[in-house]
Design a protein around this ligand. Structure first.
Ligand code: SF4
Ligand code: ZN
Length: 343
């Protein structure tokens, strides 16, 4: 027997909301999904009228839904924001080149300006070249660190006041679990924040309007709205550790859908005991980017790539920072250890 929409009681329900279990028609689902994001934006005061906002756009479902919903809400509630799309081209043949075509179509569909920054122009290395040198085990470390800075640099070029990213509730919950499992207290404290209000120069504040949106609902929204997005996985995607956290979370969700929100709330309410040593934020002596060490992670990774010592930025090698800065050569033994790619 057809089920009525539990919200309007007029139309036929086409889905059961993964987050609440409510049976809804298409229009009521769109409304509920968009309103929740609006509430998130308003209650966390994510934007101010007149601000320009760069939407980090990869062409994937999250950022496509983010761009679409931001445009809808900006018009519906007169946020007064100037929206733009900001994409990073990591240089991954057969993946990013195709997904960027999607972003270019989104640019036309949403009539938003688009800026693409590439690893090649910023660092002189594409991910294809990095994988050739470092293999497929630590490539995501390079990619993640480089992307963070690339987005900032792109945002500075675009002169935007803020960046918003498509991180969804599942991503945040996974990150909480990963940081618990790794005992990474500094990240654990930061990872549930909906926005970073960095006072550091050169770092553009970021926020996550989809922080409480379930991945399953993002997929449903994109599907029913017939949004144009790219759904292929990165060809260099081993990231095994996050994969385990993801599988675990999906198992929990299938037993109890509120698990995702529960993990986020646990993360939000954790407080760190006084006296626990935290890294002190400073700036990189080479490029000026924020860093708790003399050199930022991107500069060390880049130095490792350029010297043919890919292990330099993997793990803790802070003791080499002074040598790198003063351009002193490493000993043969040190070089031998850092050259190995069997890590
Ligand atoms: Fe980069 Fe790894 Fe993501 Fe691929 S899976 S885009 S290599 S971080
Ligand atoms: Zn640096």
């Amino acid at each position: 027997m057809p089920v009525q929409c539990s919200s309007c009681s007029e139309k036929r329900a086409v889905l059961k909301r993964p987050k609440t279990g409510h049976s809804l028609c298409k229009e009521c689902f769109f409304w509920a999904f968009e309103e929740e994001i609006h509430q998130t934006i308003v209650s966390a005061k994510l934007f101010k009228p007149g601000e320009s906002v760069g939407i980090a756009a990869s062409g994937g479902k999250d950022s496509t839904v983010l761009a679409h919903v931001m445009k809808v809400l900006n018009e519906r509630y007169s946020y007064g924001l100037e929206l733009m799309l900001l994409s990073v081209d990591e240089g991954i043949t057969g993946y990013r080149d195709d997904s960027l075509e999607t972003v270019k179509r989104n640019q036309q569909q949403y009539e938003l300006p688009l800026k693409i920054v590439s690893y090649e122009e910023l660092y002189g290395w594409t991910m294809d070249a990095i994988v050739k040198q470092v293999g497929l085990k630590n490539n995501c470390t390079f990619c993640g660190v480089f992307r963070r800075q690339a987005l900032d640099r792109g945002a500075i070029m675009l002169k935007v006041d803020k960046i918003c990213t498509g991180h969804n509730a599942d991503d945040v919950a996974e990150t909480v679990l990963m940081n618990v499992l790794r005992g990474d207290i500094a990240r654990l404290r930061r990872c549930t924040a909906i926005s970073t209000d960095s006072e550091n120069e050169g770092v553009v504040p970021r926020c996550k309007p989809l922080k409480y949106a379930y991945e399953k609902e993002i997929v449903l929204y994109a599907y029913f709205k017939k949004l144009d997005y790219f759904s292929t996985e990165c060809i260099y995607s081993p990231n095994a550790y996050r994969g385990y956290a993801r599988t675990y979370l999906k198992d929990l969700e299938s037993v109890r859908p509120s698990s995702i929100m529960d993990v986020i709330h646990s993360g939000e309410n954790l407080s760190v005991r006084e006296g626990v040593k935290m890294p002190v934020q400073g700036t990189c002596s080479r490029c000026g980017y924020i860093s708790s060490q003399k050199l930022c992670k991107a500069c060390v990774l880049l130095e490792g790539l350029n010297r043919g010592l890919p292990k330099l930025g993997i793990g803790k090698h802070h003791r080499f920072h002074d040598k790198i800065l003063s351009q002193q050569p490493l000993t043969e033994e040190e070089e031998r250890k850092l050259k190995a790619v069997d890590f």
